[in-house]
Design a protein around this ligand. Structure first.
Ligand SMILES: Cc1ncc(COP(=O)(O)O)c(C=O)c1O
Length: 389
């Protein structure tokens, strides 16, 4: 059973933002680093590519994707940027990129840049929150598709609102006519993921969130139809010469994007093995117990803030959950930052508070990972009782 490197004096209820990595995985990564520094050239030119392939194969199996279409990127933001930048030469002038009111801010920015470059526009589908069911999500998104829609960007698990969206249903209604880029930043390790079954043109996600790999490991999977079009946001040797041992031009675009510390992506297989070992039922057990814990934690927090009814039905929850907070007591003022900062400084609780739908209205998002216990949510409830009084 792996242990966590987390500070025991802090209540960690924000696994969603940056993940956390078990000590044994960090030790494994440190071992790779010292091996690399003993002979940097030998490591980069001879050890790196076979180790990358081992990790690619393990990840491909875990996410239900073919390894030929799978590349590592440093984070989901990079994956989204790589797709958008590559499509700039392909999308029609004036085309629309459809995203939603719950899209992650960095990805909205990336889409805006592409829309500007092609003389097009970003269209925002208004998906309800509180949300009644998955069907409401599908309807809200499909209703915003027009003749000009050239790309749809969808979150698999929404960042500010913590809901698992029925991406396969939406993709089925759009592809192959309208390509879909799924941002599954939170999905692998949180929910059962089968990238092939999702059926989108592009799927990017992080390993450093719920797979608990070291930070700087994420992936992009691209459907065969687009593999000649998509290249890394950082163009390197793979664009013409290839990288010596890459199995295809598509892999070569991403396998080497310039010198960096590759040990995070080379530790993904280790994280899959080590975290899976945390539970007698392996990853299925991890996902189930995290979900059960966040459901229980949500009840505790809801009671503390006097919430009646939930904004996301239980069958749309993974292992994060957002709850609306009562409005700030000072009319017109936003205490969005102050509450989160007070919880950090005064209570040593890490939990995100987002403005939603816009300040001063806000939501608090809790998470559940193997290191959490019910006492963590009780402590948050106590803190909220005191701070919101
Ligand atoms: C939906 C979504 N997309 C993208 C990201 C960005 O992840 P990263 O910073 O690892 O690129 C996040 C991070 O929380 C996210 O929630």
């Amino acid at each position: 059973m792996a242990t966590w490197a987390l500070d025991p004096g802090v209540t960690h209820l924000n696994h969603g933002s940056f993940g956390a990595c078990p000590s044994e995985v960090l030790e494994y990564q440190a071992g790779l680093r010292s091996e690399m520094e003993r002979n940097p050239v030998g490591f980069m030119l001879h050890t790196y590519q076979p180790a990358l392939e081992t990790n690619r194969s393990a990840l491909a199996k875990f996410i239900g994707a073919d390894a030929d279409g799978l590349v590592f990127v440093p984070n989901a933001t990079y994956g989204v940027n790589s797709v958008l930048r590559s499509l700039e030469g392909v999308l029609a002038r004036g085309a629309e990129i459809l995203l939603t009111n719950q899209t992650y801010n960095a990805c909205i920015n990336a889409a805006r840049v592409t829309a500007d470059r092609i003389g097009g526009s970003v269209v925002v589908a208004d998906v309800p929150f509180p949300v009644g069911s998955s069907t409401d999500v599908v309807a809200a998104i499909l209703d915003s598709v027009t003749e000009q829609t050239a790309l749809v960007m969808l979150d698999h698990v929404t960042s500010p609102t913590g809901a698992v969206w029925p991406v396969a249903d939406i993709v089925a209604a759009l592809e192959p006519d309208v390509p879909v880029l799924v941002d599954g930043a939170h999905a692998p390790g949180m929910i059962e993921l089968d990238v092939s079954a999702v059926g989108a043109s592009f799927y990017t996600a992080n390993c450093h969130k719920w797979i608990c790999s070291p930070k700087g490991a994420a992936f992009l999977w691209v459907d065969e139809r687009h593999r000649d079009t998509i290249r890394s946001a950082s163009v390197s040797h793979g664009y013409n010469d290839g990288w010596p041992d890459s199995s295809s031009r598509f892999h070569a675009q991403f396998d080497w994007t310039g010198t960096d510390d590759p040990t995070a992506r080379l530790s993904v297989a280790k994280a899959l093995e080590a975290v899976g070992d945390h539970h007698v039922d392996g990853w299925a057990g991890i996902r189930r117990s995290n979900r059960e814990l966040v459901v229980a934690g949500r009840d505790i927090v809801a009671e503390a803030i006097g919430l009646e009814g939930y904004p996301v039905p239980e069958d749309m929850l993974g292992s994060i959950a957002a709850l609306p907070l009562p409005a700030p007591t000072v009319a017109g003022a936003s205490i969005f930052d102050e509450l989160m900062v007070d919880l950090h400084h005064k209570w040593k609780i890490e939990v995100p508070v987002f403005a939603w739908p816009e300040a001063p209205a806000r939501v608090i998002r809790i998470s559940a990972q193997q290191y959490n216990t019910i006492a963590d949510y009780e402590r948050l409830a106590e803190a909220l009782n005191a701070e919101l009084r």
